[in-house]
Design a protein around this ligand. Sequence first.
Ligand code: SAM
Length: 289
Amino acid sequence: MREILASPGATRYILEKYGIKARKKYGQNFLIDAGVIRNIIDAAEINKDDCVLEIGPGIGSMTQLLSEAAGQVICVEIDEGLRPVLAETLEDCGNVKILWQDILKTDLRAVCEESNGGRPLKVVANLPYYVTTPILMQLLEQEKVFSSITVMVQKEVADRIRSGPGHKEYGALSLAVQYYAQPEAVMTVPPHCFIPRPGVDSSVLCLKAYAEPPVECREKVMFALIRAAFNQRRKTLANAVSHGYCLEGRKISREEVTGALEKMGLPAAIRGEALSLEQFAQLSLLIDL
Ligand code: SAM
């Protein structure tokens, strides 16, 4: 059996052998704990029928184990300096294909068509923290391309994603993710599980994509309301929306918002942070008609 890369010794050896320094600008914190990787793969319920998309394989520590568990693994890596490393560490992994490009510029639907005949992929990643939100939103907004997204993110971001009304972490990201997927916490991961150590705790989240949206809404209107509400979260919802709502040049008056809130049985002075996803969805059906 080949040596497991996810250990402090094996990772340092590879980094030194290839003269690689972890690049901060690419959010490189390599996992050195094989137990954490196995938990991620178990949470994602990977089996030989699955085609997995791994974002940012790094030196290949998670990729090796994904290759054993999955039918096929497609990796997208931006740092071409890692080419010689992955050529060695993944040389026995015949079911792994690497696309050397920026995930944010990758045509994910085309990857799904070409590698899995259009059937949904499972995403697994230890995400680069500097672009967590854009990557997650890019993945979630693709309809029927992914069945699940199991990712390591900063613990603070995981808390925001899972939060609900009445909590200080609750915001636009919570609502956006919860509209597309059901987030489940898998585990918290301390800094010593990485080289180099990040300055924060991390968490693994599993996002199970909904086949159909969980609420009935006018999607663009709802997200414009959510943006306006949380851009000025200390204001009442009616004030925040009358000042900040902007969709295709249209505006909404304070009275229109309070009228809709009244129909929903909510007080005129309520703040956006008190509304659930269902309530934002309902509001989108009553406003900007
Ligand atoms: N998967 C490896 C591990 O767990 O040890 C590395 C994880 S490291 C936190 C993030 C990885 O994402 C790095 O390999 C980095 O080069 C890559 N990366 C950063 N930005 C990227 C982007 N926009 N597109 C694709 N890969 C990116």
